[in-house]
Design a protein around this ligand. Structure first.
Ligand code: FDA
Length: 412
């Protein structure tokens, strides 16, 4: 693989004087998770593959992912772990390239990993192991990768497409759009994939930030700020969806895995319900503590299940802490209701600045679920996050990138 870095200026200069004309089989736009998988697989089939990225490095999100250890798949990935306007779309690709296929690849490269929890596989060392593995595969298969290389225009040509790029004019029989979503613009995210989709007659479903922390306002924001850094196991629900995981108080609002998960199902104005004591029948527990420790203050009793700071804050703010014997049965029920189903109306989310994914995107009803090919424009493919397929937290989004990239590579 030729990794041409920093060739943008050179190519631009050359393009001004004499546009370079080249021809290849497949141009893939976006060298992220899906683009790299597609490139290495198509090239291994003998296709000539040109992989272009406007960023200065490939796979930046892979490097950032999983807190630097890349949660590269989930052993239990299944269609129910993905959201889409068209929930059946992801089934075929996920069935044909499973987590075990990717695990076998990771094993072949000797990358050490472990299951953190709930089927989530993380690198033992660093995310770079996954990126290096993909780059090695691309190199061995003869993929030509150019970073810092923009694509300005894509148009239909006689036998495929012609692209106006920083390398000059490129013709190809297949073009694969792997430009990802809008989250974290500083990592190279652009709306280019959506623009191309629209230009070729595709519907782009409204996009919004997913797997993203909530912001809060007023008293709730104060409470969150005072508890910054406190993490607590909870069940968080919104509408029909519920997730059991930790929540984390931050100076801006609420985060942690359970909050990120539910954020993908939240719409402005919705109430999120948080069960702060999911392992307890809260009323029964409070009644038991009232009988056993009538003179203990509520804050002391709550200190058995929360940190001291959280117990004190909640008891004082919400229930005017006093000895347990001084709460009436109705008051005790009220406390149980609040702790078991704390209603929270977020002010908003932190948006694309910190979101892990983008919900919505290219409407999958206009894309083949077997090949990822556009039904509007033969030879044009969409893979990865640019499509309206979004996984839950826990390695599912990478599994979708691998599976959709692999599917397109069989035919592109
Ligand atoms: P991806 O975003 O990876 O790649 C798109 C590529 O296209 C980028 O290289 C970009 O530079 C390029 N590009 C954009 N516009 C272009 C243009 N106009 N021209 C050329 N190139 C262009 N998921 C998971 O399963 N496990 C995890 O641990 C994490 N952790 C995580 C952490 C953080 C901080 C984020 C932001 C996200 C995650 N994710 C995750 C989500 C996961 O990273 C994401 O779903 C995949 O990277 C999507 O893969 P794609 O290849 O579709 O897009």
């Amino acid at each position: 693989m030729e990794v041409a870095e920093g060739d943008e200026q050179q190519a631009r200069g050359a393009a001004k004087i004499r546009p370079v004309m080249r021809s290849t089989d497949v141009v893939i736009i976006g060298a992220g998770a899906a683009g790299l998988m597609c490139a290495m697989t198509a090239a291994a089939r003998g296709r000539r593959v040109l992989l272009l990225d406007s960023s200065n490095k490939p796979g930046k999100k892979i490097l950032m992912s999983g807190g630097g250890r890349c949660n590269f798949t989930n052993m239990y990935a299944e269609p129910a772990n993905f959201s889409s306007r068209n929930p059946h779309f992801c089934k075929s690709a996920l069935a044909r390239y499973t987590p075990w296929d990717f695990i076998a690849l990771v094993d072949r490269h000797g990358v050490p990993y472990h299951e953190k929890k709930l089927g989530q596989l993380f690198c033992d060392n660093r995310s770079k192991d996954i990126l290096n593995l993909l780059l090695d595969e691309c190199r061995q298969a003869g993929v030509e990768l150019h970073v810092t290389t923009a694509v300005r225009e894509i148009a239909r040509a006689d036998a495929g497409y012609v692209l106006d790029t920083d390398l000059g004019e490129v013709t190809a029989s297949s073009v694969v759009i792997a430009t990802g979503g809008l989250s974290i613009p500083t990592l190279g995210a652009t709306g280019f994939g959506y623009e191309i989709a629209r230009r070729f007659g595709h519907t782009v479903l409204p996009t919004r930030a997913g797997l993203v922390p909530f912001t809060t306002s007023g008293e709730l924001k104060e409470l969150c700020a005072e508890l910054t850094g406190t993490s607590v196991a909870a069940v968080v629900s919104c509408g029909e969806e519920s997730f059991r995981e930790n929540i984390l108080f931050t100076h801006r609002g609420l985060s942690g895995p359970a909050i990120l998960q539910i954020s993908s199902f939240w719409h402005p104005g919705d109430t999120v319900t948080i069960d702060l004591l999911p392992d307890h029948d809260v009323l029964e527990w409070l009644q038991g503590r009232q009988a056993a420790r009538p003179d203990s203050e509520l804050k002391t009793v709550l200190g058995e299940v929360f940190t001291k700071k959280m117990a004190t804050l909640l008891a004082d703010r919400w229930f005017t802490s006093r000895p347990m014997k001084r709460y009436t049965p109705a008051e005790l029920r009220g406390i149980a209701d609040t702790l078991g189903a704390w209603p929270v109306v977020p002010a908003g989310t932190e948006g694309y600045r910190t979101a892990e994914v983008t919900l919505g995107g290219v409407d999958t009803r206009e894309v083949s679920s077997k090949t990822m090919e556009s039904v509007k424009s033969p030879g044009l493919y969409f893979i990865g996050e640019v499509l309206d397929v979004t996984g839950h937290l826990g390695g599912f989004n990478f599994q979708w990138a691998w599976a959709s990239g692999h599917a397109a590579a069989q035919v592109a």
